[in-house]
Design a protein around this ligand. Structure first.
Ligand code: SF4
Length: 370
């Protein structure tokens, strides 16, 4: 049994700071902190933190990070990774220290070397380019992104025009669009619908990026259907369970919060969406930080209740650092708001399912653990 699976099977401590928190698979060094950096200013009433659960690592991110760790373990450093394995600065820096080299494109990888494709997925053109270079590719694309790729291929075979709701330039959207470039049109926002033109309004289907705001996506679909009544739906949600769960949790907290702090990187789509959702659902202020050290003293002025959450690519250690700093500033009362339990574990990429002696890795099958 792998260390990760063993840790996830073990009963979790019921400290409110850990309820619902996914297991961190990366060996995280303790961050250097300035003790007492935030001042304990007087505020009328009790100061407290409402801690969202679920938050942090999702099954797809955990799998991708473990894939790089296992590849390093099996093949030795360096292991090349196309793009950031997941959108988190701390994860990328930590894996770099372990021997991963992050590149933008496969032509930067020496011929014959090992390369891991990130959780966001790649287009067939990238797979072909890696093959032509003789690279040993390990595909850490999240299975929920792969599902969207398959839908795109299937709809393109049916000669449908696919309206892909997502952000132009995001790696996931580039990968999905690359599956059927002649059939896909990207729709960035509800406002895009006004100017959208299609070839045949009776042969349309929509798909979406996995990490969008649920509400905004539904609004885009509503406007699309208003304009194109024959629009077909995908067979199931493309916005993944982790994105949805984190948004539900922060919605519940937002209206009680004077301030919401989201831990996550600026290029993490689901983290940025959490800030937007918090503001939409009543938080008086909301900010995203990569590290606790980025919290500004003035954000806490007159603040009694702080909501805290983190994006799907954020290791729990970063949230704990934030809670420690907030405790120093008088917010030591931490109340968990649990809106769902998550226990999904994905099997490792097939290239890593057997250990060096040919035995099956304990995570070969994935599934749910309790
Ligand atoms: S956020 Fe969703 S789609 Fe992205 S890696 Fe996590 S589970 Fe997969």
């Amino acid at each position: 049994m792998s260390d990760v699976l063993a840790a996830q099977t073990a009963p979790q401590a019921r400290d409110p700071r850990t309820i619902g928190a996914p297991v961190v698979s990366l060996a995280m060094p303790r961050l250097r902190r300035e003790a007492g950096r935030l001042k304990n200013e007087p505020v009328s009433g009790e100061k407290k933190v409402l801690l969202a659960a679920p938050r942090g690592y999702c099954a797809g991110v955990d799998r991708a990070v473990v894939a790089v760790e296992k590849a390093l373990d099996r093949y030795g450093a360096p292991v090349y990774v196309r793009k950031q394995i997941v959108h988190n600065v701390h994860v990328v820096r930590t894996l770099e220290k372990m021997g991963a080299i992050f590149v933008e494109e496969v032509d930067e990888v020496p011929e014959g070397a090992n390369v891991v494709f990130s959780a966001h997925g790649v287009s067939p053109a990238v797979v072909n380019a890696a093959e032509e270079r003789g690279l040993h590719a390990i595909d850490a694309t999240c299975p929920l992104v792969t599902k969207v790729h398959r839908e795109a291929v299937r709809f393109a075979k049916q000669d449908l025009e696919i309206l892909l709701i997502g952000h132009t330039g995001h790696e996931e959207v580039e990968g999905t669009a690359g599956e059927a470039p002649d059939h896909i049109t990207i729709v960035n926002s509800p406002e895009d619908v006004d100017t959208l033109e299609v070839e045949n309004p009776d042969k349309l289907v929509w798909l979406s990026q996995t990490t969008l705001s649920v509400d905004e996506t539904m609004e885009t679909v509503r406007r699309l259907r208003e304009k194109f009544p024959s629009l077909q739906d995908p067979p199931s949600d493309d916005i993944c369970y982790a994105t949805q769960n984190r948004q539900v949790a922060i919605k519940k907290i937002a209206r009680q919060a004077d301030l919401v702090i989201v831990v996550g990187s600026s290029n993490s789509s689901n983290s940025v969406r959490l800030v937007e959702v918090a503001l939409e659902y009543g938080a008086k202020a909301a900010y995203r930080v990569d590290f606790a050290s980025e919290v500004k003293q003035e954000w806490l002025d007159g603040v009694r209740t702080i909501g805290v959450t983190s994006g799907a690519s954020v290791p729990e250690v970063l949230v704990q650092e934030l809670l420690d700093d907030l405790a120093d500033a008088g917010y030591s009362d931490v109340e968990a708001t649990v809106t769902a339990e998550e226990d999904l574990v994905f099997s490792l990429p097939k290239e890593l399912r057997q250990d060096a002696s040919g035995n099956r890795d304990a995570r070969a099958l994935g599934g749910r653990v309790r």
